[in-house]
Ligand binder design. Structure first.
Ligand SMILES: Cc1cc2nc3c(=O)[nH]c(=O)nc-3n(C[C@H](O)[C@H](O)[C@H](O)COP(=O)(O)OP(=O)(O)OC[C@H]3O[C@@H](n4cnc5c(N)ncnc54)[C@H](O)[C@@H]3O)c2cc1C
Length: 410
């Protein structure tokens, strides 16, 4: 067992730290307040090559894995960017570049990856629907074959970054749930070029990460060809898992980095603030909860690195399988990756919430003001209770899929 970080990762961490320090918390405060996209930061990410970490070198990326990407995410968050700073890396790199690199056809890779690698293209992913959030099986966005084309209709909600995205991974059903031989059968993912006159969206006012828009989406008679399908038709569930698991791993690391940022700032403040004779940082009532959260976050960090490493290590390309309708491409699901992704997400977010709650307490009334960044990190971390998977569903996964307890829902 080797816990050391490679020289390459160490260097990536240093570059990420330096980059993040150039955009201090005030930068994020301003953009959040003004609802303004952080263009300079996105440009800096692209210039550093961070928008192409998981993209193969032949397509202009660095050809590294999720492990390196989460190491960068951790360092960006921890050194000033918080969760907001890595939001578009999640939307573009994890939602779109990663699945194209793994499942795309040579034509799809050629078309999208070089532009995604340099940040010229941004991406988004549309899965959630008004009647299908936690219960993904119930999505109703339907792609119906008409001649050589698929005609797609449906409603999506909470789609982040669609207002800026050049390409969207759209999750549909090509076989409705009622007709599917298995609940997970019938999912097909499409790559959609944006903007598109058949795809309209309306931003939803929200609690945090306000420099970015999250939207309700209407898809009306969108026509796409076979060449737009990402991965195997009807077996897209496994491709989707290969997006949702790294999403959980990426956000787990984002939570840890942001919580460490909040802890570090609170510790600094606590050393200077005197209410009675000694600085408030000398009181154990404030020390213990921060110390406990910090130790637990370090445990979560190990879980998260392991989850990323499993994701990078266990992947195999889709293989041909035979079913009733002939030979098809089927991709794999790696249970171990799912196990670690869900455990990492649950533990990282629970402890990050605790850490930021106590960091805010350290600031007393000042922590409640918009001048102290801790209130913004509190708003950011609250999102991770609900997305990419709710804490309850991550725990449900652990209870039924790892511990083997009876499933509590149908
Ligand atoms: C700001 C923001 C950005 C987002 N970005 C995207 C995006 O880019 N793309 C995208 O596709 N989606 C996105 N989402 C959607 C997000 O993934 C969903 O909101 C999330 O999956 C939860 O679904 P829901 O909101 O419909 O909650 P519901 O499914 O309605 O759940 C409500 C509550 O019930 C609980 N619950 C439900 N079933 C169970 C059960 N069996 N056991 C215990 N508790 C249960 C849940 O844990 C939750 O607390 C985003 C959401 C937000 C808020």
């Amino acid at each position: 067992m080797d816990f050391s970080i490679t020289a390459e990762m160490e260097l990536l961490g240093k570059v990420a730290k330096k980059l993040a320090e150039n955009f201090p918390p005030e930068y994020w405060r301003k953009h959040d307040k003004e609802h303004k996209f952080a263009q300079e930061f996105w440009d800096a990410l692209s210039e550093s090559g961070f928008t192409g970490v998981v993209i193969p070198e032949e397509y202009g990326g660095s050809g590294m894995g999720l492990t390196e990407l989460v190491h960068i995410i951790y360092n960006l968050c921890k050194h000033g960017a918080g969760l907001a700073g890595v939001w578009y890396l999640m939307l573009s790199e994890i939602f779109v570049s990663l699945p194209i690199a793994r499942y795309g056809t040579p034509e799809q890779k050629e078309k999208y990856l070089p532009k995604l690698a340099v940040g010229e293209f941004e991406g988004c992913m549309a899965l959630t629907e008004p009647e299908a959030g936690t219960n993904t099986m119930r999505i109703r966005t339907l792609a119906v074959k008409e001649g050589d084309e698929y005609v797609i209709n449906g409603n999506k909600i909470f789609i982040s970054g669609i207002d800026r995205a050049d390409v969207m991974v759209l999750v549909t059903r090509t076989t409705p749930l009622e007709e599917a031989k298995k609940r997970t059968y019938g999912f097909t993912l499409f790559l959609v070029d944006l903007p598109n006159s058949s795809v309209s969206f309306t931003p939803i006012e929200k609690h945090g990460i306000n420099y970015s828009n999250t939207c309700e989406v209407l898809i009306k008679d969108l026509r796409l060809g076979e060449e737009n399908i990402l991965g195997p038709k009807d077996y897209g569930w496994y491709v989707l898992l290969d997006i949702l698991n790294p999403e959980r791993i990426g956000f787990a690391m984002g939570a840890i980095g942001t919580a460490e940022l909040a802890i570090n700032k609170a510790v600094e403040y606590s050393k200077g603030r005197r209410v009675f004779q000694d600085p408030i940082g000398s009181y154990q009532a404030l020390q213990h909860p921060l110390a406990e959260a910090y130790a637990s976050l370090n445990g979560a960090k190990l879980l998260t690195y392991k989850a990323a490493w499993l994701y990078d290590t266990l992947h195999k390309p889709p293989e041909d399988v035979k079913d009733g309708e002939g030979i098809r491409k089927k991709s794999y699901e790696y249970k171990e990756v799912g196990d670690y992704a869900n455990m990492a997400k649950a533990v990282a977010v629970e402890n990050a919430i605790r850490a930021i709650y106590w960091a805010m307490q350290v600031y007393g009334g000042y922590g409640y003001t918009l001048d102290m960044d801790v209130e913004r990190w509190w708003r950011e971390i609250n999102l991770l209770r609900l997305a990419p998977i709710t804490q309850q569903m991550a725990l449900n996964y652990i209870a039924s899929n790892i511990l083997g307890m009876p499933k509590s829902y149908r």
